[in-house]
Design a protein around this ligand. Structure first.
Ligand SMILES: Cc1cc2nc3c(=O)[nH]c(=O)nc-3n(C[C@H](O)[C@H](O)[C@H](O)COP(=O)(O)OP(=O)(O)OC[C@H]3O[C@@H](n4cnc5c(N)ncnc54)[C@H](O)[C@@H]3O)c2cc1C
Length: 468
């Protein structure tokens, strides 16, 4: 039987995980897909943010392990260090290769890619949308599409008095051009990005000062986890300035001077500004296309990624829902499944797992301690320190814990936190439990390896058992 229904034309603006994952799903569902991207396929996730930072951090992990190995009796000839130009060279080439892989995958699956800047135009009669493209070759092109997806991402927020110069006053997109290790690095901002870079450069051997406007580092994360991390940071020699705002940064001779909220100054060799992100939603025609954004510029979407304009969807950092590559990709896939009539489950933020790639790592999934404390979620909890775990003792791991939350009546696992080396790998059993509504007994009944860190996940579950 021939299917004569017209092929749906999809136009996607932005080639990061929100855009390219959507493009692949839309092709799988039989749509005609054109993707417009201005700065490189894979987006900031691949070229400047997620992939490069985690590649850099992989090197820091090795150094942390080497440095920590002395207490296990390992004899090292001298102190381990990095050759930053080699590290940065590897980071950049790995990011480029990853971007090439994304391009090849899109081409193999039949996605048409246009290099240039896309902009929504007013909806035409019959629900057809127009995307105007200023191509990188100087030409302009107009696309008529049935469905548009905006996935334009975000860029680093800048402080007015701290304009980056790419040499000593840096954003996180610029650190990979450093050829020498910053001797005294000031990191402004103690959210996930600031904490990750502070942790990595400290492992490399920089003297790090972390400027945190809040009471402690990682204000958005589990408090117990943040306390452990701040303690480790300080023990390793990092200076953490809490409840301190940076007002400005300027170059002074061969270094930088950062002015703080009380008027005092601190000096360093370099400063890294990590004070949040701004959505790339200016000048992309949102108003003309009747797409609503909030007062910070984030596109307002529902749980299937629909915007306020019929036939226009949005995914990823430009929506500000949860600024993670995994969430961007999920939003993009959901948008295309919804638009093309495939079975789709709305985005469920209660099951998102995320990780802070510091040493130790902090992985979380499901409900948070704050929600439990505020009475938003009714849950019993247990926190098990890792220093009671046999494998942790063998490996010399002294910092970290496993925390589980479950419904008091049913014992269904609703959340968890793991603070440990490679917590990003250890969170998976908890994530499975949260996603599939497993009880603490079901988690505790599964075999774990002895000795293993994951044994602590099962033990925490066992502690939450209520006799029937
Ligand atoms: C330092 C750092 C580390 C991170 N680490 C992680 C991590 O470990 N794990 C994780 O899950 N997340 C991580 N994130 C978050 C992750 O990078 C973002 O959530 C992800 O990039 C969002 O994907 P996106 O598709 O929305 O946007 P992006 O990846 O930003 O892609 C958007 C693309 O659209 C292009 N674009 C913008 N405007 C236009 C236009 N008008 N026309 C055409 N193209 C346009 C941009 O140039 C870009 O290529 C990290 C973020 C930072 C800052």
């Amino acid at each position: 039987m021939r299917d004569d229904s017209p092929v749906t034309r999809i136009g996607i603006i932005g080639g990061g995980p929100g855009g390219y994952e959507a493009a692949l799903v839309a092709r799988q569902l039989g749509a005609d897909v054109t993707l417009v991207d201005s700065d490189g396929l894979g987006g900031s996730a691949v070229l400047t943010d997620c992939v490069p930072s985690k590649t850099l951090i992989a090197v820091a992990e090795v150094l942390d392990e080497v440095n920590d190995s002395r207490v296990l009796g390992v004899r090292l000839p001298g102190s381990a260090g990095v050759e930053l130009d080699l590290v940065d060279g590897r980071v950049k080439s790995l990011a480029r290769a990853q971007s090439d892989d994304v391009a090849a995958h899109l081409a193999d699956d039949g996605v048409e890619v246009i290099v240039g800047r896309g902009r929504l135009e007013t909806v035409r009669r019959g629900g057809i949308h127009q995307i105007d493209v200023a191509r990188s070759d100087g030409e302009t092109q107009r696309l008529d599409v049935d469905v548009a997806l905006v996935a334009t991402g975000a860029h680093p927020r800048l402080l007015p008095g701290a304009a980056p110069d790419g040499e000593r006053i840096l954003t996180w997109t610029q650190v990979y051009d450093l050829t020498e290790l910053p001797e005294r690095l000031i990191v402004v901002g103690s959210g996930v990005t600031g904490a990750e870079f502070a942790s990595a450069y400290q492992a490399f051997g920089s003297q790090v000062t972390l400027v945190s406007s809040r009471e402690r580092v990682l204000p958005g994360e589990d408090v117990d986890a943040a306390v452990v991390l701040e303690d480790v940071f300080k023990r390793r020699g990092m200076t953490v300035l809490s409840r301190t705002r940076a007002q400005a940064a300027r170059r002074v001779g061969e270094g930088v001077e950062v002015t703080l909220g009380d008027g005092s100054t601190i000096s360093g060799s370099h400063v890294l500004m990590a004070v949040g992100s701004v959505p790339n939603t200016e000048d992309i025609g949102l108003t003309a296309a009747a797409v609503r954004a909030d007062d910070r510029g984030f596109i307002v979407t529902d749980r299937v990624s629909r915007t306020s304009a019929a036939g226009i969807y949005a995914a990823g950092d430009c929506t500000g829902v949860l600024m993670l590559a995994s969430v961007a990709a999920m939003q993009g896939r959901i948008a295309m499944k919804h638009a093309l009539g495939d079975a789709v489950a709305p985005l469920d933020l209660k099951v998102v797992a995320s990780n802070v790639f510091t040493d130790p790592e902090i992985a979380t999934v499901g409900c948070t301690q704050r929600q439990v404390d505020d009475g938003e979620v009714n849950a019993a909890s247990v926190k098990l320190a890792l220093d009671t775990n046999a494998r942790a003792k063998m490996q010399g791991i002294t910092d970290g814990f496993v925390k589980l939350f479950c419904r008091p009546g049913t014992g269904i696992v609703v959340g968890g936190v793991v603070v440990a080396p490679r917590a990003s790998e250890l969170i998976f059993p908890v994530s499975l439990a949260v996603r599939h509504g497993l009880t603490v007994d079901q988690v505790a009944d599964a075999f774990t390896i002895y000795p293993s860190l994951s044994g602590s996940v099962a033990e925490a579950a066992r502690k939450l058992h209520r006799p029937h």
